[in-house]
Design a protein around this ligand. Structure first.
Ligand SMILES: Nc1ncnc2c1ncn2[C@@H]1O[C@H](COP(=O)(O)OP(=O)(O)O)[C@@H](O)[C@H]1O
Ligand SMILES: [Mg+2]
Length: 249
């Protein structure tokens, strides 16, 4: 009980948010208790579950600043999991945290006591290696790294892995890398296959079964549900179900 997974990559648009929403929906579908934490000031996760971030109070920002208990921020979402939402206020939390001693531990402290009530907590990281991502990695048991095969920047992954190593050395020795999750995979192009084959070897990391590219993923968020609710029999939905199953097995 109480496992925490961070979904991180400082590159934007690699399907972090999509992965968090889809995994939590897949867990809820199987009757598992899942909590999603939006740790991105852009609040895409909060928006994609059908909430209007700008109108929300309180959010993860208020909990990090110890203005409210984190329990007070929780929203139940349509697909059956719980969400700790965010909005643009979270951009201000970065500044606040930078001036605080023990800044790396703020999220771990905030979530303490809460995450034991869920089988899995999944944290959606912002597209940077700043203090918020470090907080997520410090709070987590595992980290999952989505990456887009086509536009893969090897240097970016190297930087992320270096950050993860730092976190392991200084703030969270138990952190494990679950693996690389190839997203928006186009199996028809030779380039995508080559990248996929090479990338795991290059970094000595497990490469999880890829999530195929499909326009259906881009259509889902506007309807307030994940691909699982939007197109339940779609191969993309099945791929996230299989991944969720692996995670709680
Ligand atoms: N497998 C996929 N195929 C096609 N588009 C996808 C896929 N997964 C996600 N997307 C789309 O790509 C865009 C970026 O995804 P998002 O999850 O917001 O990335 P991030 O959180 O890393 O910035 C979104 O429009 C999303 O709907
Ligand atoms: Mg995102």
């Amino acid at each position: 009980m109480g496992r925490i997974l961070a979904v991180a990559n400082q590159k934007g648009g690699v399907a972090k948010t999509t992965t968090v929403a889809s995994l939590c929906a897949a867990l809820a579908e199987r009757g598992r208790k899942a909590l999603a934490v939006d740790l991105d000031p852009q609040a895409s996760l909060t928006y994609s579950v059908g909430l209007e971030p700008d109108d929300l109070q309180p959010t993860i920002h208020d909990a990090l600043l110890e203005r409210v208990a984190v329990e007070e921020t929780i929203r139940g979402v349509e697909e059956g999991f719980d969400l700790v939402p965010a909005n643009i206020d979270l951009a201000g939390a970065e500044t606040y945290l930078l001036g605080r001693t023990g800044r790396e531990y703020a999220l771990r402290e905030t979530l303490e006591g809460l995450t034991d009530r869920y089988e899995l907590t999944v944290i959606d990281c912002p597209p940077s290696l700043g203090v918020l991502t470090i907080n997520a990695l410090t709070a987590a048991d595992d980290v999952l790294v989505p990456l887009q095969c086509e536009a893969l920047s090897h240097r970016g992954v190297g930087q992320l892995l270096a950050t993860i190593d730092d976190v392991k050395r200084f703030t969270n020795r138990r952190l494990r890398i679950l693996g690389l999750l190839p997203t928006m995979f186009d199996g028809r192009t030779r380039h995508a296959r080559e990248v996929l084959d090479g990338v795991g070897e290059r970094y000595g990391l497990p490469v999880l079964p890829p999530i195929r590219k499909s326009i259906r993923f881009a259509e889902a968020p506007a309807s307030g549900v994940s691909i699982l609710g939007f197109a339940p029999r779609h191969p993309g939905a099945e791929a996230y179900r299989a991944l969720a199953e692996e995670l709680v097995r």
